[in-house]
Each structure stands twice: as structure tokens, then as C-alpha cells.
Unconditional design. Structure first.
Length: 477
């Protein structure tokens, strides 16, 4: 395989992807906070990383893909209070729903989903080390990471902390040394925390609480991910991904924690961030009620339509989702499938003479893989597929079988690299029979009878086209 370049948020440049000597390339992606069903914004991020991992693996890269699941968080606790549920049970339920959505979308590349609640021991271990190294301190409300002790805080998101500070006016803990300091552990309200023992958790006023050497409580969001990645990957690894909105403070905090623990100059080699998803030019928000849940989308369109919609936009650019765009993408996806259906007919019936198209297939593969190796340019890679279709289409019926086979194989293979699954539609036996009967009538110039059979085929949900290789039947859309 050739060299693969990817944009690193920290350096602000395209960098050659670091491949470790021996052992797999370690890839961590921030998973969802499971308090509700996932929407198409989540789908965008996880489809991009799924396609990215599939691409790397297609290039022979041995890779371990780890995704955390935030199942302990303020948002979950708040939602559970409203719904009068146990927050851990709500999170477990929503985690299962998330997995169902990912399965429907064909996201299959994740090796390990790690739930924060299963890493309490590791989280506490990191916090104890941070306290003993004087990177963290204890107040009445919790344990905080002291941001001023870490001089590189803000470098990933290119922020000046002195400019950020005034934004932190609402101060939940007056004992914090600096408003920017973030919680790694949160104590429950009241004095009940002193009574917690055992491995827990117990619920105190709707909050899950675990016993801990520095006081019973629950973890902050940022430390959950650092503990999960340290346990699975160690304190330095190759690749970290997440949505653009996680750069600050979440990923700054991850860097600060991991480097404070390791004492090293670097945490991960490459940071990948995916762009926002807008709906009709507006940010999805609760108050606007414009969330489109994944399963809602899938009621109207095939999962491949969302995958194509996401991948026809560069992963770092914002994506403006509109009804029109999903409709157009549906048509594009159908056109690829229909083309492959036609290729199948040529594979069976074969054209008489043929131009050698081998060069076009080689061109497709070169354009496709070069685009992906250059900062995962999926729009360009997908354009190479449509270009091939456009070039081959006019000569399709005259292709010899062997060439049709090669073209079909090449297209399926590149589409498979990005995670598209292709299934030829089932043409009913009845429609096929009508088409054969109609062909005989047509040859005998019995056009009225032939036309009535065409109408019958239409009424079965198919359209019929007379091609130089005989009738081509395809589902009506
Ligand atoms: Zn994270």
C-alpha cells in the first residue's frame, strides 16, 4: 500500500499516518452519551469513522478500533430524574438502542465498545495518581484537574485561556482554584457520601455513587475516556477521533490528563475531527425540535442512502442535511444499483464486440484509492465511481461478458471498501415470465398483446426496457 495522509487537528497539517511497528494501529473514538436515541448527527460521525477504518483495513493495516460509551453523565442523570428511572438502567437501555442503530447502518468496524461504568477502578486509579502528582485537588464538591499546571491546555482547539476564562461566569463550585479547572470526580450532594462503602454503586438523590479513597462519588466525563484508553491502549497511542464539538474542553482535558499521568510530550499522534451536521441550515437543537433520529430516517430511506449522503461530503466540512439532498442521494444510490443490474445482464448475455475497458477499471481504482489516501477525500473517491459509470454507460450493451464482469467486480469492491452493501433486487418470477412471453410476441410483431404484458409487468412494480441484449427488468422507484 501507498502512503496515507490525514489532517491532524493538533498540528493543523496533513500528516502521514503513523503505523506502529508490530502490534495494531490503535484508534479511539469518543462514543455517544447514552441518554436518548441517536440522531443523524451521531450517524454522520460514526459512519465516517466506520468507512475510514474499513479503508485502512482494506490497505492491509492491522487496526484496533475502540469506542467508549458514556453511560455516567449529568445529562443521563437529568433525563432519568425526569423519567423517574434509574440512570444506569436508562443508560443501558439507550446503549442497546445505539447498537441497534449502528447495526442498521452497517457500522461493523468497532472492535470494542467500552462502557465507563465498567472502568470505575481504572478511573479511580488515574484520579489517585493525578492527586499524588499534584495535578488534581479536592474540594467539598469534587476532585478537580488543575489546568494551570498543564501549560499546553488549549493548544488543540487553538484557544487562549485568558480569553476563555470570562466565559466561565456561572460557577458551580466556589472552591475551585480556577474557573477552567474541570471535575474528574463529583461528590453527591449532602453528607451521605460518607456512608457509601463496598463496590457500589448506590443511588443518592438519583445520582449513582461509588465508594472511593478520595470520597464517594462519580466520575467526570473526561476522565472516563482517559481511563478506558489507558486500560486498552496505554497512555500514548496513534489515532483519536471525535466530533468537532469535542475539541474543547473534552479533548483538551483528555490530553491534559493523559500527559499529566505519563509525563510524556505527546498523547496521541493524530487527532481527527468530523464536521458538524446542520438540518436545513440550522443546528439541531432540542428547543427547535429538529432532531432527525436515525430510525426515523431509516423509515424513509435505505441505510446506504445515509452512508452515501455522509460520504459525498468531506468529513471535515459541515454537512447541511436537507430533505432535497436525501431525495437526490436516494436517486444517486439507485442509479449505481441500476447500473450494476444492467452489468449483470451483460454478464449473462454478453455483447458482440467490445472495446477494452481494462484501463478504465485501473483508472477507477487509482482515482478512488488516491483520493482516500489524501485526507480521506470520500467525495472525490465517490466521484470516480460516477465517472466510470458515465464512461461505460454508452458502450455497455456491446461489452463482452468478461469485461462486464470485471467492471461489476471493481465497482462492488470499491463500494465495499467504504462499507456499502449491494444487493440486487429480487425480480419476481412472474415478471420474468411475462417478459419472456412478451419478447416472443414482440418478435412475432404481436404488439398489442406484447403491450398488454408490459402493463402487467408494470403493475407488478417493475419497469421494462428493451435493450440490444433483450428485456431489462428493474423495480420501479
Ligand atoms: Zn471522549
Amino acid at each position: 500500500m501507498g502512503k496515507i495522509y490525514i489532517y491532524d487537528t493538533l498540528s493543523g497539517k496533513k500528516e502521514m499516518l503513523a503505523k506502529p511497528k508490530g502490534g495494531p494501529l490503535r484508534f479511539f473514538v469518543c462514543g455517544p452519551t447514552v441518554y436518548d436515541l441517536s440522531h443523524i448527527g451521531h450517524a454522520r460521525t460514526y459512519l465516517i469513522f466506520d468507512a475510514w477504518v474499513r479503508f485502512l483495513r482494506s490497505q492491509g493495516i492491522n487496526l484496533t478500533y475502540l469506542q467508549n460509551i458514556t453511560d455516567i453523565d449529568d445529562k443521563i442523570i437529568e433525563r432519568a430524574k425526569v423519567e423517574r428511572k434509574n440512570p444506569l438502567k436508562l443508560a443501558t437501555l439507550m446503549y442497546k438502542e445505539y447498537l441497534k442503530d449502528m447495526k442498521s447502518l452497517g457500522v461493523e468496524s468497532v472492535d470494542n465498545y467500552a462502557l465507563a461504568s465498567k472502568y470505575i477502578k481504572e478511573i479511580q486509579g488515574e484520579i489517585s495518581r493525578l492527586i499524588s502528582k499534584s495535578f488534581a485537588y479536592i474540594t467539598k464538591r469534587g476532585v478537580y484537574f488543575e489546568v494551570s499546571k498543564f501549560s499546553d491546555y488549549g493548544k488543540l482547539s487553538k484557544q487562549n485561556l485568558n480569553e476563555l476564562r470570562p466565559g466561565y461566569r456561572i460557577e458551580p463550585d466556589p472552591d475551585k482554584k480556577d474557573p477552567m479547572d474541570f471535575a474528574v470526580w463529583k461528590f453527591p450532594k449532602g453528607e451521605l457520601k460518607n456512608q457509601v462503602s463496598g463496590s457500589g454503586p448506590i443511588l443518592i438523590e438519583g445520582e449513582p455513587v461509588w465508594a472511593a479513597p478520595f470520597g464517594a462519588g462519580r466520575p467526570g466525563w473526561h476522565i472516563e475516556d482517559t481511563a478506558i484508553s489507558e486500560k486498552n491502549f496505554g497512555l500514548t497511542y496513534e489515532l483519536h477521533g471525535g466530533g468537532m464539538d469535542l475539541k474543547f474542553p473534552h479533548h483538551e482535558a483528555e490530553i491534559a490528563q493523559a500527559r499529566a499521568l505519563s509525563g510524556k510530550k505527546s498523547f496521541v499522534k493524530t487527532w481527527m475531527h468530523t464536521g458538524f451536521l446542520l438540518v436545513e441550515n440550522t443546528k439541531m437543537s432540542k428547543s427547535l425540535g429538529n432532531f432527525i433520529m436515525i430510525r426515523e430516517f431509516l423509515k424513509r430511506y435505505a441505510p446506504e442512502v445515509l452512508r452515501l449522503l455522509v460520504l459525498t461530503q468531506h468529513y471535515r466540512s459541515p454537512l447541511n442535511y436537507t430533505d432535497k439532498l436525501s431525495w437526490e442521494t436516494k436517486r444517486s444510490w439507485e442509479s449505481i444499483n441500476e447500473f450494476l443490474g444492467r452489468v449483470e445482464l451483460v454478464k449473462k448475455k454478453g455483447g458482440k464486440s467490445g472495446k477494452h475497458l481494462k484501463a478504465k477499471v485501473i483508472n477507477l481504482e487509482k482515482r478512488f484509492f488516491d483520493a482516500l489516501a489524501d485526507d480521506f477525500n470520500t467525495p472525490k473517491a465517490i466521484a470516480s465511481i460516477f465517472l466510470l459509470i458515465k464512461e461505460v454507460q454508452p458502450k455497455l450493451w456491446s461489452l463482452p461478458r468478461k469485461e462486464a464482469e470485471e467492471i461489476g467486480k471493481a465497482l462492488k469492491s470499491v463500494l465495499g471498501v467504504l462499507g456499502f452493501s449491494l444487493k440486487l433486487p429480487v425480480i419476481s418470477a412472474k415478471a420474468t415470465k411475462f417478459a419472456l412471453d412478451r419478447e416472443k410476441l414482440r418478435v412475432n410483431q404481436q404488439f398489442i398483446q406484447a403491450d398488454s404484458l408490459r402493463k402487467k409487468i408494470n403493475s407488478l412494480g417493475f419497469h421494462l426496457e428493451d435493450t440490444p441484449l433483450g428485456p431489462f427488468i428493474w423495480p420501479k422507484t
